[in-house]
Design a protein around this ligand. Structure first.
Ligand code: IPM
Ligand code: MG
Length: 369
């Protein structure tokens, strides 16, 4: 029997409650499809600080190293931030650290608006066209997030903050390959995002992506400035198939795209390093945050976490049938009218407002069926 080790790091806010549902869904698939998952939970984020004094405790990092994949919840509680130095806060000390530590340069964020949730999309039916189905491919270990120098210093008359945007040719090449390969399996259209009219980085980005594109003649490539892309996502999102972005542009545009899918609570993500054979070490997390305002109240939408688990089965373990089964079970749960608050509309016929557990339970039931 195939066997895999998973580090489950639920983190803060709604992390633990949505993680619990995702693990139950994984357990249901395990039985149905006959593989074995060794799931070990560990603390991260503020939970790590409270337990072991660090956002990424040594034991948690060791567990990650010994695992085949990381299933991650979310970290960060802005209210507590002022109590510790910025370098020790969960976003930098845990999330960005793991991304860098494991070389997870490719972030895939599939944005898909199910027909049943058309009402949750802020755009008119006309703009939704035949349906919104976009894959955001975001570079995750370069650009402004990590470029040096990065600091705030005193200068005469005030202070000065410096972040540095830096990309090398190989960094752009490897993420471009990921995007072209993904586009080849989809509608074969790639839109590369940059700011080549202003940034040196944008010029190099465009040059390198164009060159890599010659190896993928079956994929139609075009380039778009990031400001225009932000607008086009609102005006005509159906023109997009795969969006290729550097780190910060991808951060921003993926949240914008997620809103099109009805809710951030629906958006899963996979962060991958270099592939080795059929499977790849990966990090899987919902794109939404910790949502402290609704944490612990059985209100959070667990779907992004559940779909992240499906991405893990697909990308890290090559368990394609099981991944498809989870995605289908999510669709079934939605079609049956289950709606957490973020996707609930009282005017929708047949919709029933449910909590985190009920939504998770509905997906589990659909996997068993
Ligand atoms: C994301 C998040 C993170 C990012 C934050 C929490 C550091 O917004 O994964 O999109 O900016 O990458
Ligand atoms: Mg973000």
């Amino acid at each position: 029997m195939k066997q895999f080790k998973i580090a489950a790091l639920a983190g803060d806010g709604i992390g633990p409650e949505v993680m619990r549902e995702a693990i139950q869904v994984l357990r249901a698939t395990e039985k149905t499809f006959g593989f074995k998952l060794e799931i070990t939970e560990a603390a991260v984020g503020w939970a790590g600080i409270d337990q072991a004094g660090k956002a990424l405790p040594d034991a948690t990092l060791a567990l990650c190293r010994a695992s085949d994949a990381i299933l991650f919840g979310s970290v960060g509680l802005p209210d507590r931030d002022p109590t510790i130095p910025k370098e020790e806060r969960p976003e930098r000390a845990a999330l960005l650290r793991i991304r860098k530590e494991f070389g997870l340069f490719a972030n895939l964020r599939p944005v898909h608006l199910p027909k049943a949730l058309a009402h949750a999309c802020p755009l008119t039916a006309e703009r939704q066209g035949g349906g919104i189905d976009i894959l955001v491919v975001r570079e995750l270990t370069g650009g402004m997030y990590f470029g040096q120098p990065k600091k705030t210093e005193d200068i005469p008359g005030g202070r000065r903050a410096i972040d540095t945007m830096v990309y090398t040719t190989p960094e752009i090449e490897r993420i471009a390959h990921v995007a072209f390969q993904a586009a080849r399996l989809r509608r074969k259209k790639l839109t590369s995002i940059d700011k080549a009219n202003v940034l040196e980085n944008g010029i190099l980005w465009r040059e390198v992506v164009t060159r890599v594109g010659r190896q993928y003649p079956e994929v139609a490539l075009d380039h778009m400035f990031v400001d225009n892309a932000a607008m086009q996502l609102m005006l005509r999102p159906t023109q997009f198939d795969v969006l290729l972005c550097e780190n910060m542009f991808g951060d921003i545009l993926s949240d914008e795209a997620a809103a099109l899918a009805g809710s951030l609570g629906m958006l899963p993500s996979a962060s991958l390093g270099a592939a080795s054979g059929e499977s790849t070490f990966g990090f899987y997390e919902p794109a939404g945050g910790t949502a402290p305002d609704i944490a612990g109240k059985n209100l959070a939408n667990p779907i992004a976490q559940i779909l992240s688990a499906a991405l893990m089965l697909r990308h890290s373990f090559a368990l394609h049938d099981a991944a498809v089964a989870i995605e289908a079970a999510v669709t079934t749960a939605i079609l049956a009218g289950n709606r957490t608050g973020d996707i609930f509309n009282p005017l929708e016929a047949g919709a029933r407002k449910v909590g985190t557990r009920e939504m998770g339970g509905a997906v589990v039931a659909a996997v068993h069926r």
